[in-house]
Design a protein around this ligand. Structure first.
Ligand SMILES: C[C@@]1(CC(=O)O)C2=NC(=C\c3[nH]c(c(CCC(=O)O)c3CC(=O)O)Cc3[nH]c(c(CC(=O)O)c3CCC(=O)O)/C=C3\N/C(=C\2)[C@@H](CCC(=O)O)[C@]3(C)CC(=O)O)/[C@H]1CCC(=O)O
Ligand SMILES: NC(=O)c1ccc[n+]([C@@H]2O[C@H](COP(=O)([O-])OP(=O)(O)OC[C@H]3O[C@@H](n4cnc5c(N)ncnc54)[C@H](O)[C@@H]3O)[C@@H](O)[C@H]2O)c1
Length: 215
């Protein structure tokens, strides 16, 4: 199914997961990695991993049955129980209240689905395989991790942000800004990909550009 890639800002927004099994845990890990700092779970039991995250104060657990008022003030809701009828009910109620909703069991047409993600600092690569091929999304994620998971894209993005702020202050010509940013992005991206030791501030040779063309 066709989908629209939106990156959500979760900090300060209440996120709710109903369920406490391995799937709820994977969704919780993803939300925490994505910046959720007001994450709550409601479930009858929880995995050891979720109990440990609660102990560390990363999220809050409520050991009880789901009730409709759990949705109050939620920005985003995930249904991950093993009861498809309950997941569908949560979906109906959440969407009636205009919450972003994800059903991990496919019992209700979700307004968002979870992508497989590779992160390096602020850089995020996300794969969605149409909603019917999560295993393919997971394999593509591993391939992207091998190709882009070297740990240098965070630094590249940071340097690009600095340069962009400086140019916005100092360079009035938008075409000049765009051209300089584009050139620097090509250079830093090649630096991040090739894993060589050279500092990103250093002038690069054509060798790097050859590599760009070959990928
Ligand atoms: C990408 C990833 C992100 C994440 O969840 O973090 C993700 N599923 C992952 C893994 C995975 N999930 C399943 C398997 C077993 C193999 C298989 O069944 O294929 C594996 C593979 C494994 O475990 O290796 C089973 C499964 N998944 C869904 C259903 C219900 C249904 O389809 O009806 C069932 C059947 C349950 C049952 O049998 O009862 C539903 C969804 N799973 C999605 C995302 C959304 C679609 C994404 C897309 O198509 O791109 C969607 C629609 C909704 C959602 O959950 O948001 C994560 C990989 C993370 C990573 O490794 O990086
Ligand atoms: N989206 C995915 O990637 C994916 C992958 C595998 C499975 N699934 C689906 O996700 C479901 C959950 O998987 P799991 O392995 O975590 O299951 P699980 O059986 O380990 O956990 C189910 C959880 O739901 C909770 N629960 C049940 N009834 C409840 C209620 N009334 N109120 C609150 N919590 C309640 C239980 O306490 C438990 O913590 C599966 O049934 C399957 O449909 C999705």
């Amino acid at each position: 199914m066709t989908a629209y890639p939106a990156m959500l800002r979760l900090s300060g927004r209440r996120c709710l997961i109903v369920g406490g099994g391995p799937v709820a845990q994977r969704k919780a890990d993803g939300l925490l990695a994505g910046g959720a700092d007001r994450l709550e779970l409601v479930g009858l039991s929880f995995t050891p991993g979720l109990l440990e995250l609660a102990r560390q104060g990363r999220l809050q657990l409520h050991a009880r049955e789901y009730r409709s008022s759990d949705l109050d003030g939620a920005f985003l809701v995930v249904a991950a129980t093993d009861d498809p009828a309950l997941n569908a009910r949560i979906g109906r109620e959440a969407e009636r209240q205009g919450r972003l909703f994800n059903d991990a069991s496919g019992s209700w047409p979700s307004s968002f689905e979870t992508a497989a993600a590779v992160r390096d600092g602020a850089v995020l690569l996300a794969v969605h395989a149409g909603g019917e091929a999560p295993a393919l999304a997971a394999v593509l994620r591993s391939e992207l991790e091998r190709r882009y998971g070297g740990g240098r894209y965070a630094e590249a993005a940071r340097r690009m942000g600095e340069l962009r702020r400086r140019l916005l202050e100092q360079e009035p010509d938008a075409d000049v800004r765009r051209e300089r940013l584009r050139r620097e992005a090509v250079r830093l991206s090649a630096w991040a990909a090739d894993g060589r030791e050279e500092a990103p501030g250093a002038k690069r040779t054509e060798g790097k550009d050859d590599r760009q063309q070959s990928t």
